[in-house]
Each structure stands twice: as structure tokens, then as C-alpha cells.
Design a protein around this ligand. Sequence first.
Ligand code: BG6
Ligand code: MG
Length: 215
Amino acid sequence: MELKGCIFDLDGVIVDTAKYHFMAWRRLAKELGFVFTLEDNEALKGVSRMASLEILLKTGGVTASDKEKEQLAARKNGWYVEFISGMTPDEILPGSIRLLKALRKEGILTGIGSASKNAGMILDGIRLREMFDVIVDGNKIHKAKPDPEVFLRGAEEMNLQPSECIVFEDAQAGIEAAIAGGMKCVGVGSPELLGRADLVIPDLRKITIKQLRNL
Ligand code: BG6
Ligand code: MG
């Protein structure tokens, strides 16, 4: 492919914030009287805050009114923001900076495509904002992954066609979003979960631009 842009999911690809999301959701579940496991959490990855809450409530068999749901989501986010407020560049996942620098050296544009409304705060904490040409986060989009909106908006802001972009994702919903958007996709994580991606890698440490161009 003619590679002109790479769009990175943030949570779980550039930083391991998935653990903080899990800690906050588990705490909420505990308050609601049920246990939320790491396995249950897999379905929440890449999914928007409110959609995650719906899945969590369903898992626990809990019903709530719209107003209660707003309050529960705000409660979870309060804890989550507390967890991420102390983030530093030390928490950038291995290989991220190397790959971003290599892409930019080749003139390939870099972007963030995240469902999170807290993406800006995280990027400031880890001081990585300037490594991205475009940032599309949960504040800019209306439709959550697996809808392709977040990645299509990223390509559009880069002035690129979807076919010229590669998405990096750790979540099944994100892989589906990339496919739906007509983009090549690299899964970051386990092949059992991310098998629909064009390529699956354990992390960003070893991937080369040549491998990406060959997708
Ligand atoms: C995604 C995470 O990046 O952002 C999800 O993978 C999370 O777990 C979603 O629910 C929304 O994040 P936030 O920060 O807006 O609650
Ligand atoms: Mg993710």
C-alpha cells in the first residue's frame, strides 16, 4: 500500500490506561454488589464510557434510570481521572516513541484515534502531544467504535484517503472500526482476540515501516 498516515488508538496501544479503566469499573461494580472480572473487562476495551457502563450493568444484572446511569458514569470517571492524573512519560508503552519518530522521518503523518474524552489529559501527562499531527478523541466524535467515525475523521483531518492509512488497535471494537472504514489495521495484543486485523504484533517494539508498507 501507499502508506501516508498512521492512526493510533491511545488506551492500550500508546499507554496502558486499560488497567486504570478496569480498576475504576471494578470499583463501581463492587459498590453495586457484584464482581467484575478481567475477562468481563475485555468487552469494554475501545468502547465509549456510556456503552461500557451499559455492558457493565448487564454483566451484573443491574438496572438503572438514565439519570442514575449519568451519575454512575460520572462516579467511575472521577476515580479514573484520579488514577490518570499522575501519569508521566514513564508510562508510554515500549516502542511507541521509536515508531512515531521513524514514521515522521519518512514523512508519514501520525494521528490519535481514541474513544476517550480524557485523551488530551493523558497526552499532556505523558508529554506526547507534539508527536501527533492530528488528535481525534471522544470529544470530537458522536459514534463509538466499532463505528469507523473516529478513524475516518482522523484520515480527513490528515487530508488522506482511508486506503492510505493504517490503524493501530488493541481492541476488537477498534479493529472492526478500522475494517469498516476501509483501512488496514495492525492489532496490538493477542492474535486470539485480534485475529481480524491484517497483522497482529505483541507491542510496538519491532514493527518496521517496510512491514507496514507491505500490508
Ligand atoms: C477507550 C477505552 O479508549 O476510551 C475504553 O479503551 C473507554 O475503555 C473509552 O471506555 C472512553 O474513555 P473515557 O476516558 O472517555 O471514559
Ligand atoms: Mg484501546
